[in-house]
Design a protein. Structure first.
Length: 385
């Protein structure tokens, strides 16, 4: 049996998709009784529950920095090191160690910048700074991602896991030295959701005077590449034309001070920060429609979550989104505010089409769930066998 070291640092920022992915794979490996070593950074406070009550066959190590990790790799021989994202992949590995690295996307290589990015900053100084950086160093994030990847991409023992064909071919396009056989495409696993269960946090929506089917939902509004600004503008335009049919707009993940909340019809909008998992599930379940205008995704879990509840999804026709959502979503050009308005108006005015979109979403979510379960088994075999 291979001796494996699992990089838990990738799961120590639970606010992003790759962290949720790593957390889930770690817990599933424990659930099926796999023995392995893992390391975490004791200086990171987030998601500390992941290291609690571990079984005896899991050996846990503390590594606060790259130097400590390299010392661990020298003191104990490992056959494989698993990284759930690019965190810590700048470490120097012994020549006989196989790195298995999950590349979820090449987001900043594909999408270096966007002209609306400064609007997501919270203060005048931050907005001014972003304008300057975007003008004089527009490829700053792209260069950083390329630098991170350069630390491991030429390792002859490298094995890559990615979550979509879109990302696979983006890797092959940008790194022609990588062989097709080095990349394994396996759908992003995610905890199963019981769509029929009672969700306690629905009381939150009662306080906001939001009932079932009375609002459009947008999430992750604090991240510029999620493109919430253009969707908000489209909804604001429709509200101004009295075409929203008294529907509200619930915007989650909003950072106070950001200018994306500057709308002409504020009575139609509710801006909230990030919410707990249960509250988010309640938001998906009770929304009239979930809008996913993201400019770049390696997979895209949120629309699948919404579809499971029978909530119609409007989504951007970019990157891996249409690969994952398939016929389950109704698509738009995410750079066109007018086209987003067009799709929203169609859903609002055509009840038969709305019901069709709802049913197509449920069917697609079921298809993806089957693929996720099958691919999870393959993923665990790839890592541990």
């Amino acid at each position: 049996m291979k001796k494996l070291l699992f990089a838990l640092t990738a799961a120590q920022n639970i606010a992003n998709g790759s962290s949720i992915y790593t957390d889930f794979v770690f817990r599933k490996a424990i659930e099926i009784g796999k023995p392995f070593d893992a390391y975490y950074n004791p200086e990171i406070e987030e998601n500390k529950s992941i290291i609690e009550n571990l079984p005896k066959n899991i050996v846990l190590h503390k590594c606060s920095n790259t130097k400590e990790l390299e010392e661990l790799l020298k003191s104990i021989h490992f056959d494989v090191v698993f990284f759930g994202n690019e965190t810590d992949t700048n470490v120097r590995l012994p020549e006989d160690v196989t790195p298995i690295i999950v590349i979820h996307d090449l987001r900043f290589i594909e999408l270096p910048n966007d002209k609306t990015r400064y609007l997501y900053r919270k203060t005048p100084f931050e907005r001014f700074k972003q304008i300057v950086v975007s003008k004089f160093a527009p490829n700053y994030d792209s260069l950083n991602q390329k630098r991170r990847i350069s630390h491991f991409i030429d390792n002859p023992r490298l094995r890559i896991i990615t979550v979509s064909n879109h990302t696979k071919y983006s890797i092959l396009l940008n790194y022609p030295q990588i062989k097709d056989s080095q990349i394994h495409v396996l759908a992003s696993p995610y905890p199963e959701i019981d769509v029929n269960r009672n969700i306690k946090d629905c009381e939150v929506f009662n306080k906001l005077n939001l009932g079932t089917g009375e609002y459009f939902l947008i999430i992750s509004a604090g991240r510029w590449f999620k493109n919430s600004y253009r969707a908000i503008q489209a909804l604001d335009n429709l509200a101004g034309k009295k075409l929203l049919k008294n529907k509200k707009v619930l915007v989650l993940g909003f950072q106070k001070g950001a200018k994306i909340s500057r709308v002409k019809n504020p009575e139609s909008f509710i801006f909230k920060n990030y919410v707990e998992h249960e509250t988010l599930q309640c938001a998906y379940k009770n929304a009239y429609c979930f809008i996913y205008p993201s400019l770049q995704e390696g997979f895209g879990i949120p629309p699948i979550e919404a579809m499971q509840y029978g909530t119609p999804v409007l989504a951007a026709s970019t990157s891996a989104v249409n690969e994952v959502c398939g016929a389950g979503a109704y698509y738009f050009n995410p750079y066109s505010v007018m086209e987003i308005e067009n799709r929203i108006l169609h859903l609002l005015n055509d009840k038969k089409f709305y019901e069709k979109r709802r049913q197509k979403g449920i069917e697609r979510s079921e298809e993806i769930a089957l693929k996720q379960n099958a691919d999870l088994n393959e993923l665990l075999k790839l890592i541990f066998e």
